[in-house]
Write a protein that binds this ligand. Structure first.
Ligand code: 0A1
Ligand code: ZN
Length: 857
């Protein structure tokens, strides 16, 4: 049983465990309904060890317990046990029984399609056996698995196997959240990799028989990640094998268990026919992310869960760098900024706001957030830019050397950089400890000769270091000052540009009457150097200059987006026609063959409905989801009308020239071609999409075509065809479900989702399927917020229904409610009712009740 009482864990209460664990030996006798787990664990008391020891344990049936060979009778509680222990090193032995088959929460040991697998982060190991289930207790593990299944895997290196058993030993001390076990009928695609230290490593990607033809890209991504981490960060792999296993039922994307990464099959299985370009990019990034955790997370782990961003922020930073090196750095930066602004800024602006390193939590599973991951990565990226690449690299080396084999804190990480920089870097650390997105205002003063920038920050919890990359453009858009990093350290600072030395120097506040003639134009926050809300007071003409000419691709894209967003808002709030000059500028970029097609596709991407709603809310207005949805259609029509000729030409010119390859160039061309198709369909109807659907040799184009057909209400045949082809391929069928909900108008999204929950292929026990249908509905702005409240009702019904089976899944579905205070009184009332109904459900999990409680405020 879950403890439903809200029990808050506080960073300030951290105390080390009283014992060291010197050895862990586990034996698993696998059976679906009654698995026996035998543990032999050696504990050695530390100075402060009390006379009684507490171990975590949830849902375990204790069969026997011994200390130094003598039976003991621990006191059992709902979340563990306590037992008297000797004041000297001792051996704890326990036998427990668990039922993996009935484990629908997918934490601990569970079964997915006949495969035994584990998920122990954050606190799943306590559902496997009694243990100090906390990341600062690190120990070497030896595991014996007894089962007739053909493939039996655990962490570390294989040390023996025979009929009905296999043994594994992991020499690297690790916390229990990195424990893993897999057993099943699986097949591997394998390769060998020689490390820079000369170690031969066997690499395996394990999948269900029949899926082995779709493992090549994951394996190749792994090999590239291993080489890259050696080359770029000097990190070398440290075991004889590295196993990846794909399972269909998984709450998250993947998990970095030492030497045995377990993946949601969505991030492993791919072929041109089944996976989109986005899927390929996601697989490459997630494989890399999990692999990079071997050093940032596993060799050096977190002291406690408050330090989660120590491993996640740093590892996301590393995987972003990997993708930037494998693909286009500019495009990756834009994609990351899009995600950050859409999801993290939203989180920071509402009731779920928390710092990358929070200081309290009720359920740690609720803190695997965009703030911890993506903002955590931004903080590392800013640290790298503030210090410069060499000092950053030296600090990171020191961190690896000093903390290898330990459980560290953000302070310890930061201290390494302060030490090599010889500076206290005061004010930088607030990025980790304070919530909220800083608002930065820049004003300009030109006296006819000198340009002065005055920069101010509005920040919660005191000023932070804000690194702004700045360049200057001349009147024709030519670059007259290269990118320079200006780091704002106080609430306000002034810099003036000195052309003779091409440098910026700090100065006092400018005075005198400003002039306008001949003033250079600053391009501020290039490359999104700081994750802030920037108000630079630019005119549309200045934005067009940056959009057309800046040397910084991020700011070019961003200026274009600001123009489009302004037009979108004007359309929604004042029924203003889109500005023809903006559309013309967009047309010039889309036509410009000198620009990367992927970049041009991003230029064509309109801000999301939620983005527009957020902008309106920030301006003190109440967003109307229907008006926003219609506004988007009108904007698309205007673009289509103006650019139809160009788009038709682009669509033809970008037709594939060879067989599909999932690389960045090909993906960019397809992204632009599909964007052109989608826009053109507004004026040309469904014919081109129909043709593409039937001719495409890849899922990217097929899915894009299907989405257009759905939007035009002309998808019946294509939908049936798609289902017939893929009904037995779960990861592809998920796309079929998601697209139907995501591609229809808001008024129909809810009824479509509801209808699909009754489809024979809908299975509410499968997280990916639930997220395809209900997750998509919740993210459909006009659908979820439909005026009759149907979206809220369906969401609440399903959250209440899913919660007892899978609390993590249910809790995750509550997050779209976080913006409820933005909307009109009727909608607010209906959302509050829905949230209160969830809150009052009998036996609601800690996961969901914490989320709902925080959202309601
Ligand atoms: N550490 C993994 C993600 C992960 C987190 C939590 C989970 O269950 C609560 C599962 C996986 C990563 O960063 O990839
Ligand atoms: Zn991670």
């Amino acid at each position: 049983m879950k403890d439903t009482a809200p029990r808050t864990t506080r960073l300030a209460d951290y105390r080390p465990f009283g014992w060291r664990v010197t050895e862990v030996h586990l034996t698993f006798r696998l059976a679906p309904g009654a698995t026996r787990v035998l543990s032999r664990i050696r504990f050695a008391p530390l100075d402060h060890a009390p006379a009684r020891m507490t171990l975590d344990g949830e849902g375990l049936t204790l069969i026997s317990a011994l200390i130094d060979g003598a039976p003991v009778s621990p006191d059992l509680t709902t979340d563990g046990l306590t037992v008297d222990v000797p004041p000297a090193p001792f051996l704890w032995e326990a036998e427990v029984e668990i039922a993996p088959e009935g484990n629908t929460a997918l934490e601990g040991l569970y079964m997915s399609g006949g495969i035994y697998c584990t998920q122990c982060e954050a606190e799943g190991f306590r559902r496997i056996t009694y243990y100090p289930d906390r990341p600062d207790v690190m120990a070497p593990f030896t595991v014996r698995i007894e089962s007739d299944l053909p493939v039996l895997l655990s962490n570390g290196n294989p040390t023996g196997s025979g009929p009905g058993f296999a043994e594994w030993h992991d020499p690297w001390p690790k916390p229990s959240y990195l424990f893993a076990l897999v057993a099943g009928n699986l097949v591997a695609t394998s390769a060998s990799f020689q490390t820079a230290e000369g170690r031969d490593v066997e690499l395996n990607v394990w999948v269900r028989p029949g899926d082995e033809g779709r493992t090549g890209y994951a394996l190749d991504s792994l090999i590239r990640s291993m080489r890259w981490d050696e080359d770029r960060f000097g990190r070398v792999y440290d075991l004889d094998v590295f196993n990846i296993v794909a399972v269909d039922d998984f709450n998250a994307g993947a998990m970095e268990n030492k030497g045995l990464n377990i993946f949601n099959s969505k991030y492993v299985l791919a072929s041109p026919e089944t996976a989109t370009d986005r899927d390929f990019e996601g697989i490459e990034a997630v494989v890399a992310h999990e692999y990079f955790h071997n050093w940032t997370g596993n060799r050096i782990t977190c002291r406690d869960w408050f330090q989660l961003c120590l491993k996640e922020g740093l590892t996301v930073y590393r995987d972003q760098e990997f993708t930037s090196d494998m693909r286009s750095r500019a495009v990756k930066r834009i994609e990351d900024a899009l995600l950050l602004r859409a999801a993290q800024f939203r989180e920071d602006a509402g009731p779920l706001a928390h710092p990358p390193r929070p200081d309290t939590y009720v359920e740690i599973n609720n803190f695997y957030t965009v703030t911890v991951y993506e903002k955590g990565a931004e903080v590392v990226r800013m640290l790298a830019s503030v210090l410069g690449p060499e000092t950053f690299a030296t600090g990171l080396e020191l961190y690896f050397a000093r903390h290898d084999g330990h459980a560290a804190t953000i302070e310890e990480f930061f201290a390494c950089f302060q030490e090599v920089a010889g500076d206290t870097l005061d004010g930088f650390a607030r990025w980790w400890t304070e919530a909220g997105t800083p608002r930065v205002t820049v004003s300009r003063h030109w006296d006819g000769e000198t340009l002065t920038l005055s920069v101010r920050q509005e920040t919660l919890g005191g000023p932070r270091w804000i690194p702004l990359a700045v360049g200057l453009l001349g009147p024709d858009g030519e670059e007259i000052a290269p990118t320079t990093l200006l780091t704002l350290k106080d609430t306000e600072a002034h810099w003036r540009y000195v052309p003779s030395t091409a440098t910026w120097e700090t100065c006092s506040a400018p005075n005198g009457q400003p002039k306008t003639d001949g003033a250079p134009l600053p391009s501020i926050n290039r490359g999104f150097s700081a994750p802030v809300l920037l108000e630079a007071g630019m005119t549309d003409a200045e934005r067009r200059l940056i959009f057309g000419h800046d040397t910084d691709p991020f700011n070019r894209w961003d200026a274009g987006r600001q123009l489009i967003r302004a037009g979108f808002i004007g359309l929604v709030t004042e029924d203003r026609e889109p500005d023809p000059e903006t559309l013309a500028a967009m047309g010039r970029a889309v036509r410009d063959d000198a620009l990367d097609p992927a970049f041009r596709a991003l230029v064509m991407g309109l801000p999301s409905d939620d983005d527009i709603a957020q902008t309106l809310a920030e301006a003190g207005r109440t967003p109307d989801p229907d008006l926003i949805e219609t506004g988007r259609e009108r904007l698309r029509e205007a673009i289509a009308a103006l650019l139809a000729g160009d788009l038709r030409r682009l669509y033809a010119d970008l037709a594939p020239v060879g067989p599909y390859r999932p690389d960045a160039d090909g993906a960019g061309r397809r992204a632009l071609r599909c964007a052109a198709l989608s826009c053109l369909s507004v004026v040309d109807g469904p014919d081109a999409a129909r043709a593409l659907y039937s001719q495409a040799d890849n899922m990217t184009e097929r899915l894009a075509a299907l989405s257009v057909l759905l939007r035009l209400g002309a998808a019946e045949d294509a939908l049936a065809d798609f289902h017939a082809r893929w009904s037995r391929t779960p990861d592809v069928l998920d796309k079929w479900f998601a697209l139907q909900v995501g591609s229809v108008k808001g008024s129909r999204a809810v009824e479509t989702a509801l209808r699909l929950t009754r489809h024979p292929d809908f299975d509410w026990r499968r997280p990916n399927r639930v997220r395809s249908v209900l997750g998509t509905m919740l993210r459909h702005h006009a659908g979820f917020h439909s005026a009759d409240g149907a979206g809220y009702k369906v969401a609440a019904d399903w959250i209440v229904r899913l919660d007892p089976a899978n609390p993590q899944l249910a809790a995750g579905l509550t997050s779209p409610f976080q913006t409820w205070r933005r909307y009109d009184g009727d909608r607010q009332g209906m959302m509050r009712d829905a949230l209160e109904r969830i809150a009052s459900a009998d036996g609601l999990s800690r996961d969901t009740s914490e989320m709902v409680g925080r959202i309601l405020g």
